[in-house]
Design a protein around this ligand. Sequence first.
Ligand code: ADP
Ligand code: MG
Length: 657
Amino acid sequence: MAEYQFQTEVNQLLKLIIHSMYSNKDIFLREIVSNASDALDKLNYLKVSDETYKGVKSEPRIDITFDDPNKILTVQDSGIGMNEEDLNNNLGTIARSGTKAFIEKIAEDKNAGESNLIGQFGVGFYSAFMAAKRINVYTRKAASDKIYKWSSDGTNSYTIEEIKADSDEAKKYGFDKAETCGSAIEMLLNDDSKEYASRWKIEELIKRYSDHIAFPIYLHYTQNKYDDKGNITGSEDKVDQVNSASALWKRSKSELKKEDYDNFYKTISHDGQEPLHYVHTHAEGTQEYTTLFYVPQNAPFDMYQADYQSGVKLYVKRVFITDDDRELLPAYLRFVRGIIDSEDLPLNVSREILQQNRILETIKSASVKKLLSEFKKMGEAADKAKKTEADKRSDDEKAAIEKWNKFVKNFNRPMKEGLYSDYANREEISEIVRFKSTDAAGTGDDNWTSFADYVQRMKPEQKAIYYITGTDEKNLRASPLLEAYKKKGFEVLIMADEIDDIVIPSLMKYKEFDLKAVNRAGSDDELGVDKDEAKKKEEAFKPVQEKIKKALGERVKDVVLSKRLSDSPSCIVVDENDPGIQMERMMRAMGQAGPGIKPILEINGDHAIVKTLESCTDEAYIADVSEVLFDQALLVSGAELKDPMEFVKAMNKLLSK
Ligand code: ADP
Ligand code: MG
């Protein structure tokens, strides 16, 4: 027997679990049964795709037994099983970095218990330690003759030993028979969890959480026999199938209730909450397939981690094939969970072949279209509901708004990724994404606007859709760049998401309207300055312009007279075709040099500070004013100063004059 230490993160997780961070203990059975189902799926797939497993003769099933006097509960499957290496890898570590990071986070958070953060992700196998003071796993991997026992009390370490086929322990779960493969998870229940060694409790939980598991789940129990007078005369062993074992997604929509969909979602997603939305499609015709997709209420906690694995599973004629959903839905839809089941793909399709499979391509593209049209409808319903005055809204209208707000809060950002990455669907996606805005419709926590609504509100003389990018919404709203647009009554979209700076310029247009960043040169054409007057002003500004240019030298790309400032003395824009400042910052954060873009300094010629430069010849004074004009413009734009001391010095000199 060898003893091993759990990986640090497993220990942290176990501590969290055992100190009852998890409010709903019942779910451990769902997790263990779902692992059994996964193990059966894996073996089924290998039987049709891998020579090594072709000869395996096990019938897929899950058996639950319990020992009432000794308070032991066992879930056994005839699935793939585990060898020694599998046991170490799967029941001793947590591989995914996202999960690790998440555990670190909640381990530090004292309030994690109340916020029930941990309920947002499946704690999986380890959740059984909520109910068990010790867990023994007896297992034999399919096509192998070795039987192993893994054992742990959930604190710090576990043991693994090989056990003999003719030992009592092996016989207990039928591993003495050579054809028995799979795993038996034997849970020695703790004092607070004795109720799980009961026929009724188990049956209730399976019906509630695991009814839709596609394999039969059998519950074994003993029943007393009685005579006519009600005296016990003996007992007999009985077995009942306790789940319906039909693939839920294959059933017709009319047969299914919202509750069925919700429960199925919880089984496949490990999410404790109900889904925000589901879409169930049976396609017939040239291709026959079923899809059932869910949108969660909250963004998966690790959605932005590189090794994030989302939850779409591919089945062929109900046989599980893969959940490597990089092939199944585009990355920007990675928050979608669910199932694709094809009648036309060959059963022994390999994962490699899937990558260029035409049938799958068709299903995938139809699925994306379907999802996008659902999202669009969801947004339209909410926008329509918002047209009703707040206190006159019906419950349905309120629900539509609440649902959509959740969607936008959680998934607007990945949808924007789609604008950039899914060229074929960008028009549809541009109807789904939402923005903050200078208009009331885009101001406040729960308000966003669409391009479509923006266009409705455009002034007759307005030709373009204006937006400003940066990192902080509050900052952007106060930007001096907005002054002239506000005066004209032109709405400006406020884009404070890091990716906006990349995504929105790449979109270029919404319908026939150009998208113009107000923090870029060339976006002020329409501000309605009289051409001749502008010329005159520019001429008059020339001498000041030269002085500032000379003072700032290589630090700016250009110094120009601004058409959009009224109160502030200066602002920063980037050249029309330069990458944005955000982009530069992101590249630097990723360790790349960045293109080293230089900003253009716009000057408000009418501002009192600027006026003082007109007749000034004191070079030191000009240098200080130029420094302050440039630095404050940088600060307001959200950029960092390369040399804050310079700024402070110049400022102090001016103040002491
Ligand atoms: P997840 O199911 O999300 O991968 P779990 O914590 O539930 O995480 O399980 C960890 C791993 O342990 C599984 O991925 C699987 O490899 C292995 N495992 C758990 N239960 C079984 C089982 N009954 N049969 C085979 N492998 C299992
Ligand atoms: Mg699991």
